[in-house]
Design a protein around this ligand. Structure first.
Ligand code: PMV
Length: 335
């Protein structure tokens, strides 16, 4: 049973009429990688999570979006300079998001989005995509919503988008309210300039099961999922300690165990859900072997086969030698 629809929740915070104005510049939002993952919804309509999560943003890698008034008969969505078909699943989601704010007003829009996340890197763009779209909507309709409200509304487009309104370490509080207005993200003050994230591409093909269906399947069928909220709460608190004390070993260990625990719940679903490929497992063994030999590196993985390697700049040269094709990201800028 639906408690609140998105439209009902958003309407509380909007003026009676909107006054759209074409944007001259693009809004930008960074992508993010969760160190403590969001996995499982307590409300599928509002994307309210079962657990709180914590991520690190990917600095200049993300999405930029602008919205223009259009005199066409249909709305238009352009992704990386390509006009999408009206029934394209991304275009449908973007227009549904716009409709939460347009509320039947008589105008058409042209939404232009560009991702500078190399699509070939196998990184999700939905987080940065919906965060940039939220910022663009705020400007286009001149709503003047603060970042907390934007985080709550971006979450309705994609859960992880709530964290992409901010840079650095970001925590998304699960919240308790039925309308979800306390389920918002906020940045942590701490920085970690030496932190590096390496991307190991195993496959860039579209994943067969998207994260929404994957979460639903896990929550509905895996008894093992019952332990996940406990694991996530413990990991979140460890990550806070690791970040406050700049303890890289604790950060890496917690992030890796958190990701593997999430994947364990997926594997225990029915039908089983295994995003890994043979090359994913080979890369895990290589990381464990290098760690046994004294290198300090850990990995995390999302709902896909690619690995994101965590390390500090002191080990960068040696780790890059071991993984020559790995793309390295500096979440806090070059140090
Ligand atoms: O925001 P969604 O619906 O794409 O879900 C993201 C799920 C994970 O990437 C696996 C975890 C996370 O917290 O980002």
């Amino acid at each position: 049973m639906l408690k609140f629809t998105k439209q009902q929740v958003v309407a509380e915070y909007l003026p009676d009429t909107v006054s759209p104005q074409s944007m001259k510049t693009f809004s930008f939002a960074p992508s993010n990688i969760a160190l403590c993952k969001y996995w499982g919804k307590r409300d599928a309509e509002l994307n309210l999570p079962i657990n709180s999560s914590l991520s690190v943003s990917l600095a200049h890698l993300g999405s930029k979006t602008r919205i223009l008034l259009s005199d066409t008969e249909q709305d238009q969505v352009v992704l990386n300079d390509e006009l999408l078909a009206a029934d394209n699943s991304f275009a449908v989601k973007v227009i549904a998001f716009i409709d939460m704010f347009r509320r039947g007003a008589d105008h058409k829009v042209r939404v232009e989005t560009e991702n500078n996340i190399p699509t070939a890197a196998g990184l999700a763009s939905s987080a940065s995509g919906f965060a940039a779209l939220m910022q663009a909507v705020n400007e286009f309709y001149r709503l003047e919503l603060d970042l907390s409200l934007q985080s709550a509304f971006a979450r309705m487009g994609s859960g992880s988008a709530s964290r992409s309104l901010f840079t650095g370490f970001v925590e998304w509080q699960m919240g308790q309210r039925e309308d979800g207005m306390d389920s918002i993200a906020a940045p942590l003050a701490a920085q970690w300039p030496e932190l590096r994230i390496g991307l190991i591409k195993v496959s860039t093909a579209q994943k067969p099961v998207d994260s929404r269906s994957g979460m639903n399947r896990t929550v509905a069928t895996a008894h093992l999922y019952q332990s996940w909220p406990m694991q996530a709460a413990a990991d979140l608190s460890q990550l806070h300690t690791a970040i406050e004390t700049q303890d890289f070993k604790l950060l890496g260990q917690t992030a890796e165990q958190n990701a593997l625990s999430m994947h364990a719940t997926m594997i225990a679903s029915w039908p089983p859900l295994l995003y890994w490929q043979a090359d994913s497992v080979t890369a895990m063994h290589k990381i464990w072997q290098l760690r046994a030999e004294g290198l300090s590196l850990y990995f995390t993985m999302d709902a896909g086969p690619n690995l994101k390697v965590l390390f500090n700049t002191a080990d960068e040269a040696e780790i890059c030698k071991q993984f020559p094709d790995m793309q390295v990201i500096t979440p806090f800028g070059n140090q």
